[in-house]
Design a protein. Structure first.
Length: 239
């Protein structure tokens, strides 16, 4: 695979959390950047990302073009890169996993918990969210009233919800241990869709958690607010 050629200041700022291009240039001028064993004092110098060895202040800076992170989102956080009123999911990413350009691939409502993918790979996000891809999302739902048998057909045929939005056919799976709980499987993600679908059936969602995207399950050991970096084989499960 051909290496990506980029300026050393861009390389450093893209790989190190909190380091701007200006900061990277300053590190070069101070002689704190070494490429293939030689000090580089000009941030404009070109390097082959992933091939050349780069160290900053004695620490090796390994190249990752894209990063993929699983987050178990808690309530109270918004799926956005910035928000003036509420904390964003990016604030939950630990420094060792953070990379410039991260964004949430898809959204969960502020009061919804569960699986969110954070990445800087726009192509993956597009494929994951495109209606043509039909990537299925699984939600665990707790309701105010018991689940009714008639819900199955209503979900399967698709339904028109408030505002005139039309839902694609979806699936509902009962949980025998509790008749006020179920799993819902969707291949689209309209605003408050699960809540609006049950509202159409005169029921109310009291708790909602996304537990699966494609074939990728939320890690059962991942506590609310925690992140983990995904391996390539895990990323493939999304699609």
């Amino acid at each position: 695979m051909k290496s990506e050629i980029m300026r050393v200041d861009k390389y450093i700022s893209s790989q190190l959390n909190g380091v701007s291009r200006k900061d990277a240039k300053a590190l070069c001028r101070k002689g704190e950047v070494v490429v293939n064993g030689s000090v580089v004092k000009n941030g404009d110098e070109k390097i082959a990302a992933g091939k050349d060895t780069v160290t900053v202040q004695g620490e090796n800076v390994a190249y990752k073009k894209y990063v993929y992170i699983m987050l178990n989102k808690p309530q109270g956080y918004v799926c956005s890169t910035k928000d003036g009123k509420s904390p964003t999911v990016l604030e939950l990413v630990p420094p060792e996993l953070y990379q410039n350009g991260l964004f949430p691939a898809g959204r969960l409502d502020k009061d919804t918990e569960g699986l969110v993918i954070l990445t800087n790979d726009g192509e993956l996000a597009h494929k994951m969210l495109s209606p043509k891809s039909h990537v299925e999302k699984k939600y665990y739902v707790e309701l105010e009233y018991p689940v009714q048998d008639c819900y199955i057909k209503e979900f399967e045929k698709g339904m028109e919800i408030d505002g005139g939005d039309v839902c694609l056919p979806a699936r509902i799976e009962f949980i025998p241990e509790n008749d006020k709980t179920c799993y819902v499987y969707l291949k689209q993600g309209m605003y408050h869709q699960v809540k609006r679908m049950f509202g159409k059936l005169s029921n109310n969602v009291v708790y909602l958690k996304r537990v699966k995207i494609g074939d990728l399950d939320l890690n059962s050991n991942l506590e609310l607010g925690q992140c983990l970096e995904l391996l390539h084989k895990d990323v493939e499960k999304i699609l």
